[in-house]
Design a protein around this ligand. Sequence first.
Ligand code: ARG
Length: 405
Amino acid sequence: MSRIAKVVLAYSGGLDTSVAVRWIAERYQCEIVTFCADVGQDEDLEAARQKALAVGAKKAVVRDLRREFVRDYVFPALRAGAIYEDGYLMGTALARPCIAAALVEVARAEGTDTIAHGATGKGNDQVRFELTAHYFMPGVRVIAPWREWEFTGRTQLIAYSQEHKIPIDATPEKPYSIDRNLLHNSIEGGLLEDPWNEPSDDVFELTRAPEQAPDTPRYVEIEFAAGNPVALDGETLQPDELLARLNQIAGEHGVGRVDIVENRMVGLKSRGVYETPGGTVLHVARRAVESITLDREAMHLRDDLSSRYASLVYNGLWFSPEREALQSLVDEMARQVNGTARVKLYKGSAITVGRKSDQSLYRADLATFDDETPYNHADAGGFIRTTALRLRIHSEQKQRAASGK
Ligand code: ARG
């Protein structure tokens, strides 16, 4: 491997990536450029930028990716109905390809083929970062300090920071691994490593405990156009604004907490606690609008594909021919998904109470229990007898076999 002159490091401002700046610079004797993406983590990124420079980066780049993240990653996954293992709305899995794509752009602009990240060798994030990097920059070189350095845990990283005068936050950080963005907040590790331990309320940042939520429900109306949420309570909003506002409202009502044990790509199970307030409401609302606008068989086909889509995104394959092919299919169906859902938020729950669409397939005149409909009841008899034919044949054959004839 030829000498590395410059590395672009995905930087968060936290302990691991701050240590990584110094460690990479020493180990590889190269110049470090840090790249920090704003995906709505609500942190002081100018402070992070200054910190990167203070710990030894030659240049520190910050980019606002909030709109891109929601419009080009969160909404496409929403249109696909993608939820991993029936519970995880994939806030982290969707943010990684978005960040990594921009990281590679910065590397290219800086004239280097080498990127670095602070993800550990045990998690999914390393896979997501690197697969994306390979997609955009064939031949990319990757430095993953966690897979190389001798440190095995936080205590050693802290000791290294002290030794090298790397400023670390005075307040001891929460003993959890947190990853926050506009879609979710993810909490792992610490006391949660015992899957029997209930998370204490102080781990949550985006949602109020349902038992402390207001006693009066809040109704929200979400309008969809071609499967994308476009307006909230009648006000047209940009994707990131809509999600931010919905997070606020739904979080207040304790909506969107999940506590699961999930299967990581690397083969181990891990316990994850997530809060996805706005995203949860969007999935409920999407389903409501789909229920009146999508044909039954088209919707069932899409439903069959949702979990496949979710798995491949979870596994880091956002940028892959298979995700792109699935996306075209679900987007073709999503073109029909135009309408509005009315959702009631109350102490942790988000329940659809109304749905409407100008292109609704719901026919009150057909569904009604009050008669005089154009539906002919007698038709059902023939349909059922025809459907039952093969069941009858099967049953008669079984009886013959049992009686030995
Ligand atoms: N387990 C989730 C996932 O793989 C969340 C990961 C959060 N990442 C983190 N570095 N804390 O998508």
